[in-house]
Design a binder for this molecule. Sequence first.
Ligand code: M6R
Length: 602
Amino acid sequence: MCGIVGYIGNKDAKEILLTGLERLEYRGYDSAGIYVMDKEGQGHLFKEKGRIAALRDKVDVSVDSTAGIGHTRWATHGVPSVINAHPHQSSSSRFTLVHNGVIENYHEVKDAFLEDSQLKSDTDTEVIVHLVAWYVEEEELTTLDAFRKAIVGLKGSYALALIDNEEPDVIYAAKNKSPLLLGTGEGFNVICSDAMAMIKETDQFIELMDGEVAVLTRNSITLENLAGEEISRDPYTAELDATDLEKGMYPFYMLKEIDEQPAVIRRIIQKYQDENEKLHLNSEVLDVITECDRIYIVAAGTSNHAGWIGKQLIEKIAHIPTEVHVASEFGYNMPILSDNPLFVFISQSGETADSRQVLVKVKEMGYKSLTITNVAGSTLSREADHTLLLHAGPEIAVASTKAYTAQIAVLAILSEVVGKAKGFTHESDMIQDLGIAANAIQSIVDNKEHIEQLASEYLSISRNAFYIGRSMDYYVSQEAALKLKEISYVQTEGFAAGELKHGTIALIEEGTPVIAIVTVESVAGHTRGNLQETQARGAHTMVMAMEGLDRPGDQIVIPRVNPLLSALVSVIPTQLLAYYCSLHRGNDVDKPRNLAKSVTVE
Ligand code: M6R
């Protein structure tokens, strides 16, 4: 949540910052700003409410700048507005700062140090820049010492970049919990929340760690700990293809990412095959899973929904008892744990603060952890004992699609390899089954027009809707409902089909769309019965059934796949329904209101 960038070099800083912010817009998009230093050492501040495009219109193109910092905001403290937009400045405007994270003790800092300072915004951030100024002015510290001293007194999460007008050739940076990378190149250096932002400039990045401060000039990066001791760290090469970040011919990233799913599944199969073309996991990961007596999956949102499918796969194929928990709840309300648990964190971004707080706690308790993520080098990946990568390529639309199917595919492979290692065998061949699922997804995305029509017919004016299902179909219903509500703003519930009649069926009115997912043979009849009950009360019903379980009149028939993998395929029409519903309503599909892709605050 919130993205920050910084640049110091010889090129046009404002353009590099604006392009970087466009790449980070997925982290928040309610206001944005940049502060740039021109060649005469004059600072220029530009801030605007809304998207980066609005900020671009406001930036004075004639400013010739070679250093600066920028920010795109997802509001936590204070409404989206120009005043609350970053960068924030000290009273004299000597210091300018951007921040990603939440300062928990900002009231205390204000009361202790800043009673005489005129703070302009409602943000938690503004106290930091005033505090740096206070230490410089009152204690006559250097800017570096003041910055260090200020952050020692902060509680919460932060990634920070600071400019002092009196040192126009320096940018200071620091972090705690929120991610921050330093990019390096010939005659320039950069700062960014995510390598994506600066991949056009460099692929060489240094990770800044919690409790470290960085000092960047055009030609150097110095790292220190909070005691002022120098640290050396080599850069790594970010394996990001700049073309993966383009929309190409697609109107929205979400549609591109939906279409990429067959290729992603095929890539995952390849990445998890050994030289004999057998599925395999790194031996340390395999050992840690086979040795545990219970798996605790901890995740948020869509990743949590993938976790529920993972539970089915792990229990049915690898025979390990598995629990699934919502990350924001688990850390503060832990169940009784088994003797030898393994914690599995599922996270597209690898940065979700709710999941990270659990990881920090279970590490303190001495338990083992595995992160399943799309982002190598992300916080959850670095901090867990082991990582399995999704290999889905960057997912940019806020609504997660290909990451969900990638998570399920990786969990299926994990279950298969662990099951085999534990001596459980079954008839089917996972590589083949995943390949069949990839083909099935392909055939659905190749026939989108039908789903677009259904979206118009069922969802064009409704204010609410239901997805229902049982067993695996219930878990997919929850994901389907999340997708529809987050981008189309139709209030949607994903419900266990049998549970409706215990109260919620009271919400069914004439025309309420109710969509049943039917891929599990043992409960198909029951789900259809429950759908009938809603139809009898006026619902506008739709059935999405797997071939073999379909009946005449069903609106969507999905190709037959191994029932254990049905979620991979049944979710696709629901992603498309959500996409078209949002599109037809004129929403910004990729950047729905109030949301951000990477949720780095608790
Ligand atoms: O990056 P993560 O997978 O940890 O993110 C967790 C959720 O915020 C995320 O899955 C969210 O629910 C989706 N973007 C919704 O489509």
